[in-house]
Design a protein. Structure first.
Lengths: 306, 452
């Protein structure tokens, strides 16, 4: 290394040093330390005691671990495809050349910047079984059949679907990204398709979708990662709807006990940091695996389309 | 003649011993309403009573237990943490709390002498594993509240609450109304999930025990199972869909739309603090307060006690000064004849409109407590049949399991035997694992076989 290069290196380290220290202290160290703790009996207040793979063995036998995983996969399995369809559909509509286009875009994007707690309180009212807006709309439709809208968040059967519906409220971010993708599709492709006699649906399936496939893949993967880490909405709404001070157990009847909620209660209520660390690593592996699968699937579809 | 030159005066000042700065004690508490104001008045009285210690109150509303845990682990805890009584065993086993035994002995008292000043149920709340870990800040007793207007409408004597479980069930049926057209509930006598904070209490009320000192007995004690069968019978009687829709109408418990305030529920079990909320959200409500109906023959003054507690986290910088304040809040002037003479516990509980956790009450506190039912709560607090949360290190898990079983049972998702059996299996495993963890950290021998 020449003298000039060494000088440049020092300058570079000078500029990035603080960031490197921050990364090492606040990200890298906790990541490595939690891996170590996942093999320990550790309560945060006492010294960790090595216990080998005991935490991982207990996880396999823990019924709530599997239940929380099932709840999370159920939520992700519904919310990710549904959110993708809704966000893409809205983006396509908002890409049309209509009067007041900007206002509509603003209107559909705004919910995604509403703080989670505020929107959760709003949805608590919407899902109120007796006075809520949702049943206010559903009941007149169901009444002729002698039916009544469900109690949503107070009903174990409907609490997860309610959270899926609520998740659609926040599709504004994805919608904006789709909109940017749609605007980058070359107009001549549509013209060529039209000349070939393709109708609107065929143009969407054979031109639009392949052209924005990478954007769809990106959004879907980000949504999947977000869904696997669902916490705040479920935590707030579980307590708000059932109100027995036990939001950390996914009320009612653990129907909204998602993975991160179980991890949280294990760590901060039961003081089982070692076990919670093991759960965090399992979640990391599952999310990474699903992301890899999604990316691989998307790449295959994208290449097929081209 | 005394010289008056500036130099001499400066030398004189320098020669004087420097006045000791008072020690500032940090106190974290979960209150931010009228309870905080009451505690601040007590703090002001304490601060004014001496010049060595100043208590600085910090409002930590929301999850004070987790905040305390994290700062204790980080080595920078407050000097005093106002926790809930169910935190004591878990925090103590995690070595997050300083035992108060040494401070008590320095006062020339044994633990037994110190605890003997409290009603027995509050003495039990302060201890775990043979050590005293807490002082009481606010004592609570839960009991039966009923709506006298609804009693009259149902043809019941509003001055006579149900005396036995059979009567309670009968009253609950008579106080329940349906819409004649739709069949939907418009009013219920009682619903176990209101407020739903203490689903374990029904087991104790039925004479059951949640542990026997060596193991968890949630599903193995038949009286607990009987309690959950009783809980389930309400849903069966009212109809599951009916209950779900009816309970959707309930507003938050501390709001004008709370079901007891709106007349949707005629009888509920609530704490001594409930009167404060009734005056705030439903002034003029005609209600009564009485003991729990007799569920076990011979147990006439069953009661549930709770408390907010004052603790010293491990690593606190001023434990001795923190103890001075805890001692003050857990003492009284038993001769107080005027409000100005009230001290410590009585001043706090007088201002919070609650009872004192200490057995001996001053004349002023006895005669001027503004709680309309204070005599009833005093009677229940002193009852030998008063119960509190078991002091178990796994209580957080235990409580979640109880709530899960409670939900499954009341939602007819499982029979009581199935739901409680599932929870029992999980709790057995938790207890085994917890014991192994204590053994690993060399604590089991000190705690002994008795987890309480």
């Amino acid at each position: 290394m020449t003298r000039t290069e060494r000088k440049e290196l020092r300058k570079g380290l000078g500029f990035t040093g603080l960031w490197i220290i921050g990364l090492a202290a606040f990200t890298a160290y906790p990541v490595v330390a939690s891996l170590y703790y996942s093999f320990c009996d550790y309560s945060i207040l006492k010294s960790p005691v090595w216990c080998g793979i005991e935490n991982y063995q207990q996880l396999v036998q823990d019924g709530l671990f599997w239940k929380s995983l099932r709840n999370t996969l159920f939520y992700a399995g519904l919310s990710v495809p549904l959110g993708t369809v809704v966000a893409l559909g809205l983006a396509v509509l908002l890409n049309c050349d209509v009067r007041g286009k900007s206002a509509f875009r603003l209107l559909f994007f705004m919910p995604s910047i509403v703080p989670v707690v505020a929107s959760a309180m709003l949805w608590l009212w919407i899902f109120n079984g007796e006075y809520g807006l949702m049943n206010g709309v559903l009941n007149p439709i169901l009444a002729p059949f002698g039916l009544h809208g469900p109690a949503w968040l107070a009903d174990p059967t409907w609490s997860k679907p309610a959270l899926v519906i609520m998740s659609l409220w926040g599709t504004g971010n994805a919608m904006v990204i789709y909109l940017a993708g749609l605007q980058n599709v070359p107009a001549e492709l549509y013209e060529a398709a039209e000349i070939d006699g393709a109708n609107a649906w065929q143009r969407f399936v054979h031109v639009t979708l392949p052209a924005i496939a990478p954007v769809v893949a990106f959004n879907a993967i980000m949504a999947l990662i977000g869904a696997m880490q669902l916490f705040a909405q479920a935590y707030i709404m579980s307590e708000g709807a059932n109100g027995n001070g036990n939001a950390s157990d996914g009320n009612p009847a653990r129907s909204t006990l998602f993975y991160t909620i179980y991890l949280f209660s294990t760590a901060f209520q039961d003081l089982r940091m070692g076990y919670a660390s093991a759960m965090a690593y399992i979640l990391f592996i599952i999310t990474a695996g699903l992301t890899w699968l999604a990316a691989r699937f998307a790449r295959g579809r994208y290449e097929d389309a081209l | 003649m005394i010289p008056k030159s500036p130099t001499f005066l400066l030398l004189l000042l320098a020669a004087l011993p420097a006045a000791a700065e008072p020690v500032h004690v940090t106190y974290w508490e979960k209150w931010n309403g009228f309870e905080q104001k009451a505690m601040q008045a007590v703090i002001d009285r304490f601060n004014a009573s001496q010049d060595r210690i100043v208590i600085d109150y910090y409002d930590q509303t929301g999850q004070i237990d987790r905040k305390t845990l994290v700062v204790t682990a980080g080595g920078d805890p407050p000097d005093i943490a106002g926790l809930h009584e169910q935190n004591i065993a878990t925090f103590a086993d995690a070595e997050a709390l300083e035992p108060l035994d040494g401070f008590i002995h320095d006062e020339g008292m044994t633990n037994e002498q110190w605890l003997d000043r409290y009603y027995p149920i509050y003495a039990r709340i302060c201890t775990h594993g043979g050590h005293v870990y807490a002082g009481i800040s606010t004592p609570v007793v839960e009991t039966l509240y009923w709506n006298r207007t609804l009693f009259r409408e149902a043809g019941l004597d509003p001055d006579r609450p149900p005396a036995t479980l059979a009567e309670f069930n009968d009253y609950a049926t008579r106080l329940t109304k349906h819409d004649p057209k739709t069949g939907r509930l418009t009013q219920v006598g009682f619903l176990p999930q209101d407020p739903g904070w203490w689903p374990w209490i029904f087991c104790e009320w039925f004479g059951g025990r949640l542990d026997d000192g060596h193991k968890v007995t949630f599903a193995t004690d038949p009286r607990n199972v009987a309690a959950y069968q009783w809980i389930q019978h309400f849903t069966k009687e009212y109809g599951l869909d009916n209950v779900k829709l009816f309970s959707s109408e309930f507003g938050p418990w501390a709001s004008p739309s709370a079901p007891f305030f709106t007349g949707k529920i005629a009888m509920t079990f609530q704490g001594i603090f409930y009167d404060n909320y009734i005056s705030q959200y439903k002034p003029g409500l005609d209600y009564g307060v009485g003991p729990w109906p007799e569920a076990v023959p011979g147990v006439k003054d069953f009661a549930m006690a709770e408390a907010d507690v004052l603790t010293i986290p491990r690593g606190a910088k001023h434990p001795r000064e923190a103890w001075e304040f805890i001692k003050y809040v857990n003492s009284t002037n038993t001769h107080a004849e005027t409000r100005d003479e009230l001290q410590g516990a009585e001043l706090l509980d007088y201002l919070q409109v609650k009872l004192s956790p200490l057995k001996v009450w001053s004349p002023y506190f006895t005669n001027h407590n503004s709680h309309p039912h204070i005599a009833m709560f005093r009677r229940l607090a002193s009852s030998p049949d008063a119960v509190c949360v078991p002091q178990l290190g796994i209580w957080q898990e235990y409580h979640r399991e109880i709530i899960s079983s409670f939900d499954r049972v009341r939602l007819l998702d499982a029979t009581p035997e199935e739901a409680m059996g599932y929870s029992q299996d999980r709790l057995d495993a938790s207890w085994t694992r917890y014991r192994r963890s204590l053994e690993r950290h060399g604590q089991w021998a000190a705690l002994g076989e008795a987890p309480r």
